[in-house]
Design a protein around this ligand. Sequence first.
Ligand code: CMC
Length: 430
Amino acid sequence: MSKNHAKISIEGKTIELPVRKGTLGADVVEISSYYKQTGTFTYDPGFTSTASCESRITFIDGDKGVLLYRGYPIDELAEKGDFLETCYLLLYGELPTKTQKEDFDYRVQHHTMVHEQFSRFFHGFRRDAHPMAIMLAALGAMSAFYHDSIDITDPHQRMVASIRLIAKVPTLAAMAYKYSVGQPFVYPLNSLNYAENFLRMCFAVPCEEYKVNPVLAKAMDTIFTLHADHEQNASTSTVRLAGSSGANPFACIAAGVACLWGPAHGGANEACLKMLEEIGSVERIPEFIARAKDKDDPFRLMGFGHRVYKNYDPRARIMQQTCHAVLKELGIKDDPLLDIAMELERIALHDEYFIEKKLYPNVDFYSGITLKALGFPSSMFTVLFALARSVGWIAQWKEMVEDPAQKIGRPRQLYTGATERHYVPVKNRK
Ligand code: CMC
């Protein structure tokens, strides 16, 4: 704890608030006693200046375009490691030794099956249900199926819940996909690695042999690693807020899935691909750039801009390489959407409006094209994001539950509604 203090004067009274230093990033002014001392609240819609918790998991320097998981740069983890190693790192704080890795991989691989009754749960949905709607419900339903791991006061149950979540989310995501396309569910095959297993559960059919393409499996694994955690974003904060009441981990993750669904967050990759399709040709790009700049037009360039990154999103760089690797492996030489994306990126990076507002491509800019090439319909994109982010959510949830300073989240408000008035019977109302 730093000895520094911040002084704030309000209505003639000056108070001192402690300033705390982290290991990286901005210091924070601790304002928990602010209301008690001044009788006023702080106001920060969208939490643009508010640190909601203390965390040791993920660090972002948005100005420099840096993303670290437990101190390790995202590009090193994505290029040199695998997703399950990242899961271990996020959950336990250190990279696993060889034995720890084998043990962790084994535990995840041997929790991949879901209760057989789950298949009947899926059949309750309309066949045209959005897979994200199914995913949201399936995650919530996990608390009904696995209630022997929802006692949040028991460290063993917390860990079992984390492993179950990481292991079963791909199975549930693949089932949501299979259900939405009317194909039979494919059971997991534990001899395959995490990404291979997921691709097989999504794309194998009983009437044909399915061989996993290692390049595509590596790309899938990279996409999972890139999305594994991202500090206190909207869905993670939702998970933490839900969990602050003592709710069980699966219910909290379902809350995170709901938040992720929005187009300003996890829905952006789907929205980005739709936008590229709508643009349709390189010649029409200037028209859309002009719309993005027009204050009276609500249109925004999807896949551009980020609340925290005011520089190139480090995930976007790796995503761009992954996209090229996938298209090359599949022999897709002239993808019109990729042409539009590359030209759009080139123009936006040189355009005064985007430079001035520090709007760079984010991770979603290239992920839609890559996922489409892998064979996923756009309705599955956010589901894949949720799958990958589940580990980040559960690691952050666990950190919160284990933090002795944790208390229920209860923001305050600036009330601007009616002042007290009295009930008028309906017959007397004008
Ligand atoms: N296209 C055009 N203008 C934009 C864009 C964009 N994509 N993003 C921001 N701006 C402008 C915005 O109009 C505003 O201009 P002004 O100051 O003149 O009013 C200025 O830039 C700042 O925008 P903001 O909405 O205050 O910025 P924010 O930090 O609240 O929003 C964002 C961040 C991600 C919601 C926003 O950039 C956006 O809507 N981007 C498109 C959606 C998208 O790609 N989302 C994925 C985010 S990455 C995945 C994830 O981590 O979840």
